[in-house]
Write a protein that binds this ligand. Sequence first.
Ligand code: ADP
Ligand code: TPW
Ligand code: MG
Length: 572
Amino acid sequence: MADTETQETTVLTDGFHLLIDALKLNDIDTMYGVPGIPITDFGRMAQGAGMRVLSFRHEQNAGYAAAIAGYLTKKPGICLTVSAPGFLNGLTALAHATTNCFPMILISGSSEREIVDLQQGDYEEMDQLAIAKPLCKAAYRVLHAEDIGIGIARAIRAAVSGRPGGVYLDLPAKLFGQTMDAESGAKSLVKVIDPAPRQIPAPESVARALEVLKSAKRPLVILGKGAAYAQADDDIRAFVEKSGIPYLPMSMAKGLLPDTHPQSAGPARSLVLKESDVVMLIGARMNWLLSHGKGKSWGDKPKKFIQIDIEPREMDSNVEIAAPLVGDIGSCVSALLESMGDNWAPPPADWTGMISEKVETNVARMAPRLQNNNIPMDYHGALGALRTIIKERPEAILVNEGANTLDFARSIIDMYQPRKRLDVGTWGVMGVGMGTAIAAAVETGKPVLAVEGDSAFGFSGMEIETICRYNLPVCVVVFNNGGIYRGTDVNTSGGPDVATTVFVKDARYDKMMEAFGGVGVYATTPDELSRAVNAAMESGQPTLVNAVIDENAGTESGRIGNLNPQSVVSKK
Ligand code: ADP
Ligand code: TPW
Ligand code: MG
């Protein structure tokens, strides 16, 4: 009798509930994924427990959503997938997150360990942990319900501490149904305290950095997306303004200070890279996007580099760093501000004057081109219209991918607020567009304008159904030039296939949007484009504008055509 009573009062919990409780305990309230065995019920139950669980049409897009959610919030974005094929579909995004230093956790269900390890051919069999390991910052597997708390805690800490990155968490099917008593279960959960602790720079490093900076005649600050990620916006602005040093924003750092700021050297990029004598990198790596700090674009004048980064091994990765400042950007910049004193001498006026002059000339040269009304539209005409829209709606988030569509939009559309420009990142990956747009809308509640090359859009285009399904305030503009780079290539063999870079002529992407109940607009002039986008931003209704772009207007690979290998025999 007594035994039965005890049994009846033992309340049980299981893997499903422990996982949900562990995530919620750590303020994780949103997941992006695709359902299926063995995580269907997990997704349902998480939704039932009040989490936002957004289902996508392809895991890669859910993964890109999670990656950018991590960038925007400094909390790991969660992507949830099924085993083998779903996992692999999510893996590209996990690697992308790691490459870009975005915190993300890919949670994938997996098959039975005993069968997988003996390679006996289980349903969706794959040794996922082994495959994920080289492609992310950390990878863990949880085998027992009582370890769920620790597993989630480790995954969160690994994703956000130090240099942020992607983490893989492997959850075998059996784990979800494992039971334990609810009280011990609750006790086993871990609330991660201070998941990304401040990393204070050494005082001597701060002094050294300021010494080098003081010695400069032609100083330059380069702001990268690490600086935007750090959310130390006020201190970064104060540092730039107090120092008086011209700055260059990397693509996703645009808007950290407004592009119209008098110290912005954006439109004088080639000049400042060549002529500067001291360059301070703040949350930007000296990778291909900065020509590795050498070669033609950097000119032949000697330079010294100062670098602020949380990752010590980033120093000297491409060039000698005269003053490494290792720590989190918030702490480093506030330490600099404190040590600068109140009498910091601004850079020599001939340097800042030379830059302002160049900026003015280049801006003035561009202005008339942005107002052209050519039909079909060229990039300048169409982007001139969108530039005004972002100027009038600086809180809107701009998502951008493509080749010409990316490169022209980056230089033409001024950004005014931090973390409003989200693009292809370090790899220049096509396909981030719709996942990024969805997460941007979900995480911020702000209107999203996604400016997409027609090829770029195609990589994730089916997710416009997701946008309609969740009724998100996303306006997609497809720059439709009928192909990759241009719509004019010909097949030199004379055979029946069209050229490799060419798509169907006059494709109507706007009708895809209508198929899912969204608004589709066909726009051939900057005015039509402008009207449609403004209406979409105003109404918040899911909208796709098919912007017809001159198929001759683009160039091969946009601005990075120089990276294409050339055949010595012939180039047809
Ligand atoms: P971009 O592409 O804009 O040049 P990168 O992605 O190359 O920027 O560089 C971002 C850098 O910022 C990475 O080296 C990363 O380690 C660093 N980083 C990210 N977050 C922080 C932070 N909170 N504090 C310091 N450095 C950071
Ligand atoms: C995952 C290679 C770089 S840019 C691009 C491709 C296919 C498309 C450019 O055409 P789009 O833009 O978008 O129409 P536009 O304005 O120049 O016509 N696969 C991946 N990533 C990359 N970067 C590629 C292929 C690529
Ligand atoms: Mg195109």
